[in-house]
Design a protein around this ligand. Structure first.
Ligand SMILES: [Zn+2]
Length: 231
């Protein structure tokens, strides 16, 4: 595990800037909260480009405290709280429509991502693995990121770390090549997950009882990524 982690460390001896491009508030919590917190602790700058406000989400809190009209504003505050929990210094809300990323104008979407790449010059970009990330918004976001980065000259491309979790993903793309031990950053990660109060499902975290520290570590203590190979 530690050796795998060194692979990125060796290719990026000092990671100065990470750009996460994900479509929904709370993607950052489950995909990369620990990894981002870890790099931030080591001095990296992190920009999170959140493409939508998750305004089509069906969860309104348990018990419900949001409705269709108030949800976007509530999710925006939750997202800011989550970023604060992780330590993310730069949050960009790009204002694309939830559940519509696959239908967005490609020039607009890719252009927004290219503008961020040019402005920030990140060493690492974190996104979803196109085709293996279950939700159409996830797949379309990952596709836009690799399409855009693929346009850069090879030597200008950041390392692209993708999250994947569709049921067939290991058969198709093999095992993750980057595993990050985030146990030291679990407090930040759990705070980030719980910041998304309207989406937070008590059952997801605790079932009908409080998870033991061991269970929390086994469920949330590592984050896995696939380095995207541009062919
Ligand atoms: Zn999502």
């Amino acid at each position: 595990m530690i050796m795998e982690e060194k692979t990125i460390m060796n290719t990026n001896l000092s990671v100065q800037h990470i750009l996460a491009v994900l479509p929904h508030p709370d993607d950052e919590s489950f995909v990369a909260a620990g990894t981002l917190a870890k790099y931030i602790a080591e001095g990296a700058q992190v920009t999170f480009a959140c493409l939508t406000l998750g305004e089509m989400g069906r969860n309104m809190g348990i018990p419900p405290f949001a409705n269709r009209v108030t949800l976007p504003a509530i999710r925006k505050v939750e997202l800011e709280d989550s970023c604060r929990a992780i330590g993310i210094q730069d949050l960009r809300m790009l204002g694309f429509h939830d559940k519509m990323i696959e239908f967005e104008d490609r020039e607009l979407l890719d252009g927004a991502i290219m503008a961020l790449l040019q402005e920030l010059n990140p060493d690492i970009v974190i996104t979803f693995y196109p085709g293996y990330s279950v939700h159409p918004d996830h797949d379309a976001t990952g596709a836009a990121v690799v399409r855009t980065i693929g346009q850069l000259a090879e030597e200008e491309r950041p390392v692209v770390l993708c999250s994947a979790f569709s049921s067939n993903h290991e058969q198709m793309i093999g095992r993750a090549d980057v595993t990050v031990d985030v146990t030291a950053f679990l407090a930040s990660k759990m705070a980030s997950i719980q910041a998304h109060r309207s989406q937070f499902q008590a059952a997801e975290l605790v079932g009908n009882r409080v998870l033991t520290q061991e269970e929390i570590i086994s469920r949330y203590g590592t984050e896995q990524f696939w380095t995207y190979r541009f062919s």
